[in-house]
Design a protein around this ligand. Structure first.
Ligand SMILES: [Zn+2]
Length: 253
């Protein structure tokens, strides 16, 4: 099972990636390729998921929200294992309600995690809410963006430990829209990741989300035409620079 991000278990010398998501299954749909390629390159990876996904349309055999939440926590842990994620954590925020959450508290929670864990690379959604324009995704983007900047700022939340300046904040973005659905306003990508060699494991990770398999079946043929790449936007770095196209989130680190 996933637990609180345990910093004492992490190795100071390794490069670290922190990925912040909203729902169990975001980690494979959105970020699976990036997580596996990082692990393959020896990077320690962590995923923090804000909710247990109990407001999902697809509910498996669950008879209550709490039961679905418990199932989806287990599915998330199984998916993270397939994606070679080193640490995984599900927070207790309410699925579908992140726009009403206390912004300062959510951002502070992430500031604390970033200052303790000290990742070089932070991944999250863009402000568009990803390809399905989910408001929870937009809010996670806002919390994580604030936390990335505030973790590095001595005047922000000084009680939460010494500052940490992560080197890169990336937003997950897209080169396609879902047919028949409201289109997002995505960030232009600056990173194209070739994820072909880990693609089949990305599908395996999604299949670990047993309660969400109807979703997979619905979009399978659509996704199969768009496999092999993930797109990210470099959203913040400590150095002023022009945007350049990259093929690796850790290029030059
Ligand atoms: Zn989601």
């Amino acid at each position: 099972m996933c637990g609180r991000l345990d910093v004492s278990m992490s190795e100071e010398s390794r490069l670290k990636l922190l990925c912040v998501t909203a729902h169990p299954d975001d980690e494979c749909f959105g970020f699976g390729g990036a997580l596996m390629l990082a692990a393959e390159a020896g990077v320690e990876t962590s995923v923090i998921c804000f909710t247990d996904g109990q407001a999902a349309t697809n509910r498996g055999t669950a008879t209550s929200g709490a039961e679905l939440g418990r199932m989806r926590r287990e599915e998330f842990a199984a998916s993270c294992k397939i994606l070679d994620v080193t640490h995984c954590e599900v927070l207790d925020y309410q699925d579908g309600q992140l726009e009403f959450a206390n912004f300062s508290e959510a951002a502070a929670l992430l500031v604390k995690r970033i200052r303790e864990y000290k990742p070089q690379v932070v991944l999250t959604f863009g402000g568009d809410g990803a390809v399905n324009t989910h408001a929870d995704h937009t809010m996670v983007s806002c919390f994580t963006t604030a936390a990335f900047h505030w973790a590095a700022a001595a005047k922000r939340l000084p009680d939460l430990g010494p500052t940490h300046t992560a080197m890169r904040l990336f937003y997950n973005t897209t080169n396609f829209f879902f047919p028949g659905r409201a289109a997002p306003l995505p960030t232009p990508w600056t990173v194209t990741l070739d994820v072909r060699r880990v693609q089949s494991r990305k599908f395996d990770a999604f299949r670990a989300h047993t309660s969400q398999l109807p979703l997979m079946e619905k979009f399978q043929s659509f996704f199969e035409k768009r496999v092999g790449q993930e797109f990210y936007t470099l959203a913040a770095t400590p150095e002023p620079r022009a945007a350049v196209q990259m093929t690796d989130l850790f290029q030059g680190l």
